[in-house]
Design a binder for this molecule. Structure first.
Ligand code: URA
Length: 228
C-alpha cells in the first residue's frame, strides 16, 4: 500500500498534538527551569519556516517565539521583503529556555530536534527553511561556519535551506546588519525558485506578498531528514 499524503486537517491535528506534547515535555533538564515551553507559531502550511536557537526571557514568559528584541528585528527584516510574521512559521532548535540564555547542550538539541523539530518540518513541509544562528545552521550544514556560509542556499530534501545570522548576533554587532538584510532579501527569489516560479528573466514571477499557496505539497517522511 502506498502512503497517501496527509490532508491539511490531518497535519493540523498532528502539529497541534506535537505542540501539546512540547508544552508538558519532561525529556531533558530544561523542563525544570522553564516557565512556558515554546512550540512555535505560524500557519501550519507556511511556505517559509524560520528556525531560531531557543526561547529567551520574553518567549519563556509568554510561550511565543521571537517576541523580544530579536523578534522585533526579525519582523523588521521580514517587512523589508513584504512579509509579516503571520505568513511564516517560526520555531526553535530547543523549545525551552536554557537558563541564563546559555547555549543549548548537545543532548538537549538532539532530544528536542528528533522528538519535535524534525516532525514539525516534515508536517509543515515548507519550501524554504531559514536557519537563524549557529545551532540551527548546524542541524543542516554540519561543520560549517556561519561567517563563511550565511546567505548561501542549499537544496536538499526537496526544499531550500538558507543560513542566516541570528538576529541577536546582528543586534550585538551592527556591522552584520547589511549582510543580514542582504541575506533576507534573497528569500522571495529562493521561494519562487523552490516553487518553480522563476520567470525566464530569472526574477520571481510572483510578488513576495502574494497570498501563500493554499495547496501545499505532501509532507515528506521524517526519515528523509536524517539524510543531513
Ligand atoms: N532567540 C531565539 O533563538 N529564539 C527565540 O524564540 C527568541 C530569541
Amino acid at each position: 500500500m502506498t502512503d497517501q499524503p496527509l490532508s491539511l486537517e490531518q497535519r493540523t491535528a498532528e502539529l497541534n498534538a506535537i505542540a501539546a506534547q512540547i508544552r508538558v515535555c519532561q525529556l531533558c533538564g530544561l523542563a525544570k527551569e522553564r516557565t512556558h515551553a515554546v512550540p512555535g507559531a505560524g500557519p501550519f502550511d507556511a511556505e517559509i519556516m524560520f528556525i531560531g536557537e531557543g526561547p529567551g526571557f520574553n518567549e519563556d514568559q509568554k510561550g511565543i517565539p521571537f517576541i523580544g528584541a530579536s523578534g522585533k528585528f526579525l519582523e523588521e527584516m521580514l517587512a523589508g521583503i513584504g512579509y509579516n510574521r503571520n505568513q511564516v512559521f517560526i520555531s526553535n532548535v530547543v523549545k525551552c529556555r536554557p537558563p541564563e540564555n546559555r547555549d543549548p547542550l548537545p543532548d538537549e538539541i538532539d532530544i528536542c530536534t528528533k522528538t519535535y523539530l524534525y516532525r514539525q518540518i516534515a508536517l509543515i513541509n515548507p519550501r524554504v527553511v531559514v536557519t537563524l544562528g549557529r545551532y540551527s545552521m548546524g542541524l543542516f550544514f554540519p561543520n560549517a561556519k556561519i561567517t563563511a556560509i550565511h546567505g548561501q542556499p542549499k537544496h536538499a530534501d526537496g526544499r531550500i535551506y538558507l543560513p542566516m545570522f541570528h538576529p541577536a548576533a546582528v543586534l550585538r554587532n551592527g556591522g552584520l546588519r547589511p549582510q543580514a538584510i542582504a541575506d533576507m532579501q534573497k528569500l522571495p527569489g529562493l521561494l519562487a525558485e523552490a516553487k518553480g516560479e522563476m520567470s525566464s528573466s530569472g526574477t520571481p514571477a510572483n510578488e513576495p506578498n502574494d497570498p501563500p499557496n493554499t495547496a501545499p505539497p505532501p509532507p515528506q517522511p521524517p526519515s528523509q531528514l536524517s539524510l543531513f
